[in-house]
Design a protein around this ligand. Structure first.
Ligand SMILES: NC(=O)c1ccc[n+]([C@@H]2O[C@H](COP(=O)([O-])OP(=O)(O)OC[C@H]3O[C@@H](n4cnc5c(N)ncnc54)[C@H](OP(=O)(O)O)[C@@H]3O)[C@@H](O)[C@H]2O)c1
Length: 263
């Protein structure tokens, strides 16, 4: 199969590309950075250099492919993250229509089952006629811990709008990538079987409380008994604004975290 992978060699894109190349597929990896070409080619894939903001570029890259994996990057430059996600989702959808690609796997998230604006993003893909669409809804990526590295080093803890004994579903990027690879390849049985198909696939690698997760990390890095504390949403909003984020982007990020704190 000829498969387009968006999201470059990111947390999901890299293991996904490796899995698809290993299975003998022809893989085109979209990256906005021409310097990634060497690594992508060394992995046995091809590169398409461009941005998800560019519909013409997406359309020409999708043309002739059997399937596409679509991800929505988090851009801290955008003042309104949900509006940005919707813009990129509409770009993908338009490129899918124009290119005639028949199978799309969207990296969505658990949040789409809880917050309507994220479900609306999935709906943009659901409206595609004669295209099989799978929404992948992972939980909290393990790779998010890298974003907490400074806080862990400087304060010896993790802080979010959820924490303590809140139970979290964690998703390993490698498990998410395997699930996507499986959706793309195993489902490709023929168009007629795929036409009415709309699937939602949750990915869960583990489930534990925030403090259990912090304890495991702390033990591994010489900070035994490390805690994961929860701070009020209003405080997190202020912290993010003090770090330079716009009020709307800060509130989008706080809202995105809210489902993790649910029972
Ligand atoms: N973190 C979570 O807990 C969670 C949960 C559910 C769903 N998600 C979804 O997962 C996505 C992250 O996936 P990931 O971890 O695989 O991605 P990632 O590793 O953060 O980024 C993948 C690549 O996308 C490209 N990129 C980054 N920002 C971009 C931008 N503004 N415009 C265009 N390209 C950009 C970069 O590659 P190049 O520079 O080479 O282009 C980057 O390496 C989130 O955006 C969200 O939609 C996350």
């Amino acid at each position: 199969m000829k498969i387009v992978v968006t999201g470059s060699l990111g947390h999901i894109g890299k293991p996904l590309t490796e899995a698809l190349v290993r299975e003998g597929h022809s893989v085109i990896v979209i990256s906005q950075n021409p310097e990634r070409q060497k690594e992508i080619v060394a992995m046995g894939a091809k590169t398409a250099v461009g941005k998800p903001e560019d519909v013409e570029f997406l359309t020409s890259t999708f043309t002739g492919a059997d399937a596409a994996y679509c991800m929505l990057p988090i851009s801290f430059k955008e003042p309104d993250l949900v509006a940005y996600f919707k813009k990129i989702a509409n770009n993908y959808a338009l490129a899918v229509r124009r290119s005639g690609i028949k199978h799309v796997v969207l990296l969505s998230g658990w949040v789409a089952g809880v917050i309507s604006s994220y479900e609306e993003i999935e709906n943009i893909f659901d409206e595609l006629p004669d295209v099989a669409v799978t929404h992948i809804r992972p939980g909290y990526f393990y790779s998010n811990f890298f974003d907490s590295m400074t806080m862990i080093k400087e304060n010896g803890l993790i802080a979010a709008t959820f924490g303590g004994d809140d139970r979290i579903v964690f998703s390993a990027p490698s498990d998410i990538a395997d699930t996507i690879a499986n959706e793309i390849t195993c489902q490709h049985h023929g168009t007629s079987e795929l036409i009415a198909m709309r699937k939602v696939h949750y990915v869960a690698s583990d489930e534990m409380t925030c403090n259990e997760a912090a304890g495991i990390l702390g033990a591994a890095i010489g900070k035994p008994g490390m805690k994961w504390i929860s701070v009020p949403a209003e405080q997190m909003q202020k912290n993010l604004e003090s770090a330079g984020l716009s009020p709307k982007l800060a509130s989008d990020l706080v809202e995105m975290q809210s489902p993790f704190a649910m029972d």
